[in-house]
Design a protein around this ligand. Structure first.
Ligand code: UDX
Ligand code: UDX
Length: 459
């Protein structure tokens, strides 16, 4: 089957970059990305330096494709109607209420999407799950599509995205693998082939794996859980290093050189953030419990618990370093994104650390090269609301808060410099020249640096 028109619902961190790359590599296919959020679409259609998602290399891809065969629009129904293939890349946050609150994925948006597709579609469609979803969601989507549809045929595929933010474009260009799950039926196989043909335009054949839908859905959750597990493992050992005098970086090096283990994702940190790891693991935990596998659930839950432990442990370290004297001491937080090179701050450890310090009376300055001031303030507000602070209390705490456009001029006024994101520009500073009186408390890839940088930046 020759695909001529693709529609993607959800113009976020996944939908935007993925569709831009498909449009670049398949100039014969018209790709339309739609979103309910009018401002977001306007930003995608606006100046290249102000796209809603920051990713190295993304603006160049959009520049080449936008208006050629890549379009951003709020006309959801029209785009669905025109397309033979529809990607669903809407968000699937952790549920905040109802059954499974705090654990299960909220499928509200996915379901709304499916209903909309069912209502609008007048011709057969291939519907692709791009969002990370609990296993067997495809079944539910199919049910909605067939129940609410106009008698047309829907084929559901799972094609989870493995891109990491900050390297999305490179990840899309050179994927380790592309995973496509589909039904074993004749129409299922045809749909899988149609999607394989698209990826074949730039991905070598041997890197495209096809599986059944359930394996594909579960593989995404499992991949993220395994990656996050490595971080929690190394972070748990960082605590032991500090007690024993072992050096966490040396430990990472020694462990990672075992080719069975490998060096990646073994950097100790303040904890992992991002929209996926926590959500997907909680999802896996929920799923395991649902099937009565309590031991399995508990095993994976521990990955989250260590992550929370690490964030708290790091925050307490800062307090200790300042001998609990927060009120007169200004602290600078460097880095708000959950990692370098992204303007995304979802689940960023900085949010936890800053809110912990603010609640204890700290005077804070925050700097990030990509995250906007409004975003930082709304992240903090949400976090402080979680611990049940009132609007009045939050406004009062915000009097102790400053968001910096430039941090260098403020450094010497601060008592502690807390490095949260692993930007080289933060790490490679010659702190000696900048501040003699402040303590550099380095949290990323660096619990090692505790030994020499905490309290002794000049050593
Ligand atoms: C999302 C999911 O969070 C993740 O689980 C999945 O793996 C990929 O898709 P992301 O692209 O980072 O990740 O989410 P986000 O940046 O929030 O984008 C989702 C977009 O969908 C938003 O712009 C939202 O406005 C849009 N949306 C949501 C719709 O257009 N319609 C809806 O009904 C719901
Ligand atoms: C992740 C997966 O890598 C990707 O395959 C999936 O599609 C989505 O989820 P992402 O969340 O964008 O991608 O970022 P990732 O690079 O995985 O980093 C997640 C968090 O782990 C960050 O906060 C990062 O700083 C932290 N991290 C990463 C560590 O603390 N130590 C490491 O060694 C690596």
């Amino acid at each position: 089957m020759q695909i001529k028109n693709i529609c993607c619902i959800g113009a976020g961190y996944v939908g935007g970059p993925t569709m831009a790359v498909i449009a670049l590599k398949c100039p014969d296919i018209k790709v339309t990305v739609v979103d309910l959020n009018i401002e977001r679409i306007a930003a995608w259609n606006g100046p290249l330096e102000n796209l809603p998602v920051y990713e190295p290399g993304l603006a160049q891809v959009v520049e080449k494709t936008r208006g050629r065969n890549l379009f951003f629009s709020t006309e959801v129904d029209k785009a669905i109607d025109d397309a033979e293939m529809i990607f669903m890349a809407v968000n699937t946050p952790t549920k905040t209420e109802g059954e499974g609150a705090g654990m299960a994925a909220d499928l509200r948006y996915v379901e709304a999407c499916a209903k909309n597709i069912a209502r609008v579609a007048k011709t057969d469609k291939i519907v692709i799950e791009k969002s990370t979803l609990p296993v067997r969601t495809a079944e539910k989507i199919k049910e909605i599509l067939d129940r609410d549809g106009n008698g047309v045929h829907f084929e559901i595929l799972s094609n989870p995205e493995f891109l990491a933010e900050g390297t999305a474009i490179q990840d899309l260009f050179k994927s380790d693998r592309v995973l496509i799950g589909g039904d074993e039926t004749k129409t299922g196989k045809k749909a899988v082939q149609a999607l394989v043909d698209i990826y074949l335009k730039w991905i070598p054949k041997e890197k495209i794996i096809t599986t059944n839908v359930w394996s594909s859905e579960l593989a995404k959750l499992a991949s993220n859980a395994m990656l996050a597990q490595r971080i929690s493992s190394i972070n748990s050992l960082s605590a032991l290093c500090e007690k024993t005098g072992a050096d966490i970086e040396e430990l990472s090096l020694a462990i990672g050189m075992d080719s069975r283990i490998g060096p990646k994702f073994l950097k100790a940190s303040v904890g992992f953030g991002g929209s996926c790891f926590q959500k997907d693991i909680l999802n896996l935990v929920y799923l395991s419990r649902y099937y009565g596998l309590d031991e399995v659930a508990e095993y994976w839950h521990q990955v989250i618990k260590i992550n929370n432990y690490q964030k708290t442990r790091f925050s307490k370290k800062i307090l200790e370093e300042l001998h609990g004297e927060l009120k007169e001491n200004k602290i600078i937080i460097l880095g708000w994104g959950f990692k370098a090179n992204t303007n995304d701050s979802r689940e960023s450890p900085s949010i936890f650390v800053a809110s912990y310090l603010l609640q204890r009376g700290a005077i804070l300055s925050i700097y990030d090269p990509l995250v906007k001031k409004e975003r930082i303030l709304s992240d903090l507000k949400k976090e402080l609301k979680k611990v049940k602070l009132s609007n009045y209390q939050i406004i009062k705490l915000f009097n102790n808060l400053e968001i910096l456009k430039n941090y260098k001029s403020s450094i010497h006024k601060s008592k502690a410099i807390v490095i949260m994101t692993e930007y080289n520009s933060f790490k490679n500073h010659d702190w000696k020249l900048i501040s003699k009186s402040s303590k550099v408390i380095d949290g990323r890839n660096l619990l090692k640096n505790y030994n020499y940088s905490i309290g002794k930046p000049n050593a």
